[in-house]
Design a protein around this ligand. Sequence first.
Ligand code: FES
Length: 79
Amino acid sequence: MYVCVCNAVTERDIAEAVRGGATTLRHLRRDLGVTAECGRCARCAHDCLRTAKVECARPAMAPARASVAPSLSLALEAS
Ligand code: FES
């Protein structure tokens, strides 16, 4: 979704900027031009910034590990 129509900035652009270190609306303005023209995107950009910061702060999920029950493992080895 476009957040800033004037500068064609999307939610994805904002999330990427946050991963790159942006933490404030001022950073988004500097890096992406958000709010630099008409300013109507300020509230939505702020909401996207907050969401992206939360997403960025979450620890990465560990990859799922397949586990085989010991008895099944022994049965597979015996066959
Ligand atoms: S919509 Fe972002 S500056 Fe106009």
